[in-house]
Write a protein that binds this ligand. Structure first.
Ligand code: ADP
Ligand code: MG
Length: 645
C-alpha cells in the first residue's frame, strides 16, 4: 500500500527553484534574461562580464532606465513585472520580458546582487539575495544611471543542475552564441563581453548601413556577407527583411540560421519550414541554407507567451505567414542570377547606399566600404523604412511609458498593393533581358570594351567540361553539364506546370529491356509518364518502347532514365508530396539529357548557354545544388600571379 502525503504549499524558495528549472538551463540562459532586461530598460550600452563561463560570475551592466529603490525587492519577486499589467496586455507584447519570473528564478539558485540608479546623481541602491527566505536588505551605493546585476555561483544549491553543465568551453560557446543572436537583432546596442577579466569583443552600435554590414560580418562571418543577398519585402502589415545566402553557400547544420520575430530570437517551425521549402528546389541532400531573417508584424498577430524561455512564438495566422515567407523567399532565390550577382553588384551596392543616405551616410564608396556590403541587395521596396523604427520602440521603452507605448505600425502598409509580386530585377537586369540574344559590346571612350552581358563571352572550353569566358570583372568558368541541366530542368518545369510540354514522336521508337516486374511498374505509371511527355508502350513482357519524348529532351539517355524512373516509382518513401515528386522526375529527365562532359560545343553554342544561364531562374546551382558558374575577378587573378604586391 502506498502512503500518500498531504498536499502542502511549497515554500517560495523551492517553488522558485522549480520554476528556475524551466527558465535557467545553463549560464547562457541567465545571460539571455539579463540582456533582455537591459534592452527592455532602454539601454544603449551593455557590458557582460563572466568568469568560468558564467558558472562563477555573470555580471551585466547597462545604462538603461534603472530601478527605483522601492522596487528593487519587488524586481526579485516572482510574478512581478513592470511590463504588463493585465491579461489584455498579453495580447500585444512589445517588450522582450513580461513574465516577471527571470530574476526570481535566478535568485533562487545563485547569489544575486542588484544595484541600480534611476538618475544622474551617481547615487543608487543595492540589494543582495542569497537564495534564502530572509528579507534582503537594501543599502545605498555609488552607481551611475542604469543597472548592474551580478549572479555568483550559479546552481550552488542545486547540485543536480550543476552536474548537467558541460565544459567551460561549451558553456562559453552557448553564452557567446546567445549574445551574438541578440546583437544581430539589436544592432543599435553597444555590447562588450569580458571573460575571465579579458575583453573578448566589443560590438559598436550600427547606425549606418555600412556599420550594419560590418556588424553582420563580425557576427556571421565575412564569408556569409559575401554570399548573402539582402532581402526586404512587405505585404499588408508584415515585413520580412534580412539576408539569405546563395544556395551554393549551404551548411551541414542549422548553425547559420537566425530567425527573429519582432526582434526576439526564436525557433519557429512555421518559419523554418517555409524557408526549407523555398530552398527545396536548389538545395539537395542534407544541406541547410544560411540566413538572418527578421519578421516584423503587429504584436497582436503573434503570441509570445508560449514557452517559459520565450524561445517560441505562435502566429495567429500561421498559414498566412508561411505562404508569405515561402512565396517571397522562393521568388528571391529564383532571382539570384548572374546579372544581379556580377556586373550590377556595384549598382546594387549603391542602391544600398542610396537607402543609407536617407539615414545620414555619405553615398561615397571606398574599397574597404564595399568589402563590407553583402554582394547582393534584393530590395523589393522603395520605401525608406529603416530597422531603427522598430528597434527604437524597444529603446524608447521605459517603465513609465508601458501603457502609452504606441503600437508600432509599420509605415509601409500603404505601399503594399504596389509591392505585391513586384519582380526583383533591377533596371540594369532588364536592360540585359531586353537585349536578350544579341551580343552587345559598348565602347566607352578610350576604355576597354564593356561587356554588357553579366557572364560575358566564351573564349573556349576546357576538355568539353568547362566554358572559359571573359566578362567585365575578369574570368568566368562554367560547368557545362551543371548549367545545362538546370536550364533544361527549369524549362521542363515551366512547360509541365503550364501544361504545355510539347511531345515529339520518335521516328524509330526506343526500346528498353527491363525485368518483367520493372516493365509492370512503368506500365502502371504510364499516365503519369505521359504527363511528362513520355509515351511508352509494352512490346514484350520484358521490353518497353519509348514512342515519344518531350521536344526539350532531344538527346536523352533513355535507358538510364527508365532505370531511374523504376527505382523512383518502386521507392515507397519516394517524395510523399506530389509536387516534389513531379519536380524530381523532371529533374532526372533534365539530368539525363544535359550535355555530358566532352560533348563538343562551338563558341556560338557556348554563348547561347551563357545567355540561357543569365535568363534562367535558379541558374546559379545545378539540380543537385552544385554551383554552375564561378567568377575569377581580375583582382583574384592578380593575386594569383602576385601582381602589384
Ligand atoms: P520581466 O522581465 O519578465 O518583467 P524579470 O524578472 O526579468 O521579469 O524582471 C523583473 C522586473 O525588474 C522587470 O519587469 C523590470 O521592471 C525590472 N528590471 C529587471 N532588470 C532590469 C534592468 N536591467 N533595468 C531596469 N529594470 C529592470
Ligand atoms: Mg526579464
Amino acid at each position: 500500500m502506498s502512503i500518500r502525503n498531504p498536499i502542502k504549499i511549497l515554500p517560495p524558495v523551492l517553488a522558485n527553484q522549480i520554476a528556475a528549472g524551466e527558465v535557467v538551463e545553463r549560464p547562457a540562459s541567465v545571460v539571455k534574461e539579463l540582456l533582455e532586461n537591459a534592452i527592455d530598460s532602454g539601454a544603449t550600452e551593455i557590458i557582460i562580464e563572466i568568469e568560468q563561463a558564467g558558472q562563477r560570475l555573470i555580471r551585466v551592466r547597462d545604462n538603461g532606465s534603472g530601478i527605483p529603490q522601492h522596487e528593487l525587492s519587488l524586481a526579485l519577486s516572482r510574478h512581478a513585472t513592470s511590463k504588463i499589467r493585465d491579461s489584455k496586455d498579453l495580447t500585444s507584447i512589445t517588450s522582450l520580458g513580461f513574465r516577471g519570473e527571470a530574476l526570481a528564478s535566478i535568485s533562487s539558485i545563485a547569489h544575486i546582487k542588484l544595484a541600480s540608479s534611476v538618475d544622474e546623481s551617481g547615487q543608487g541602491w543595492v540589494i543582495e539575495c542569497h537564495a534564502t527566505e530572509e528579507e534582503p536588505n537594501i543599502k545605498p551605493i555609488a552607481h551611475p544611471r542604469g543597472t548592474t546585476l551580478e549572479v555568483r555561483d550559479l546552481f550552488f544549491n542545486t547540485p543536480a543542475r550543476r552536474k548537467f553543465l558541460k565544459t567551460e568551453k561549451t558553456e562559453f560557446g552557448h553564452i557567446d552564441a546567445c549574445i551574438k543572436r541578440i546583437a544581430l537583432s539589436f544592432d543599435r546596442l553597444q555590447i562588450e563581453l569580458i571573460h575571465n577579466q579579458k575583453s573578448i569583443y566589443r560590438l559598436s552600435p550600427a547606425s549606418t548601413e555600412l556599420d550594419r554590414h560590418r556588424r553582420l560580418g563580425a557576427l556571421c562571418g565575412q564569408d556569409f556577407v559575401e554570399n548573402a543577398w539582402e532581402i526586404d519585402v512587405a505585404q499588408h502589415e508584415i515585413r520580412l527583411h534580412g539576408w539569405i545566402a546563395q544556395p551554393t553557400y549551404s551548411r551541414a547544420n542549422t548553425d547559420g540560421q537566425f530567425i527573429f520575430v519582432n526582434g526576439r530570437v526564436v525557433r519557429d517551425r512555421v518559419i523554418s519550414y517555409a524557408v526549407r521549402q523555398a530552398y527545396q528546389d536548389v538545395m539537395y541532400g542534407q544541406r541547410f541554407p544560411a540566413f538572418v531573417l527578421f519578421l516584423d508584424l503587429p504584436a497582436e498577430l503573434v503570441d509570445v507567451n508560449v514557452h517559459p524561455t520565450k524561445h517560441e512564438v505562435r502566429f495567429r495566422e500561421s498559414r498566412l505567414i508561411h505562404d508569405f515567407l515561402f512565396s517571397k523567399l522562393k521568388n528571391a532565390i529564383a532571382q539570384m542570377r548572374p546579372a544581379t550577382l556580377l556586373s550590377n553588384s556595384v549598382d546594387l551596392r549603391s542602391s544600398a547606399e542610396i537607402e543609407t543616405s536617407t539615414v545620414g551616410i555619405a553615398a561615397e564608396k571606398t574599397t574597404t566600404e564595399q568589402k563590407f556590403y553583402p554582394q547582393h541587395h534584393l530590395n523589393f521596396s522603395t520605401n525608406n523604412y529603416h530597422t531603427a523604427n522598430r528597434r527604437s520602440a524597444f529603446n524608447d521603452f521605459t517603465h513609465s511609458s508601458i501603457t502609452e507605448l504606441p503600437f508600432d505600425r509599420l509605415p509601409f502598409a500603404q505601399h503594399i498593393e504596389q509591392l505585391k509580386d513586384q519582380p526583383l530585377t533591377t533596371d540594369a537586369t532588364d536592360q540585359v533581358q531586353e537585349k536578350n540574344g544579341n551580343y552587345v559590346t559598348i565602347h566607352q571612350s578610350n576604355e576597354r570594351p564593356v561587356l554588357h552581358f553579366p557572364l560575358g563571352f566564351a573564349l573556349g572550353s576546357i576538355q568539353g567540361i568547362y566554358i572559359v569566358a571573359e566578362n567585365n570583372q575578369g574570368l568566368i568558368l562554367v560547368d557545362i553539364h551543371a548549367a545545362h541541366e538546370r536550364i533544361l530542368y527549369e524549362r521542363l518545369k515551366t512547360s509541365f506546370w503550364n501544361k504545355t510540354i510539347a511531345t515529339q514522336p520518335l521516328l524509330i521508337p526506343f526500346s528498353v529491356s527491363l525485368t518483367e516486374q520493372q516493365c509492370d511498374l512503368l506500365q502502371e505509371h504510364h499516365l503519369e509518364l505521359e504527363s511528362y511527355g513520355l509515351i511508352i508502350d509494352r512490346i514484350a513482357p520484358n521490353q518497353l518502347a519509348v514512342r515519344a519524348i518531350p521536344a526539350l529532351l532531344s538527346s536523352c539517355d533513355m535507358k538510364n532514365l527508365m532505370h531511374d524512373l523504376v527505382s523512383d516509382f518502386s521507392n515507397d518513401n519516394y517524395s510523399a508530396q506530389l509536387e516534389n515528386r513531379q519536380n524530381e522526375i523532371l529533374s532526372r529527365m533534365a539530368c539525363h539529357t544535359a550535355k555530358r562532359a566532352h560533348d563538343v560545343l562551338d563558341v556560338a553554342e557556348m554563348n547561347t548557354l551563357l545567355r540561357d544561364i543569365e535568363n534562367t531562374e535558379r541558374s546559379g546551382q545545378c539540380n543537385h545544388g552544385r554551383p554552375t558558374w564561378k567568377q575569377l575577378t581580375l583582382g583574384a587573378l592578380d593575386k594569383l600571379f602576385l601582381r602589384g604586391q
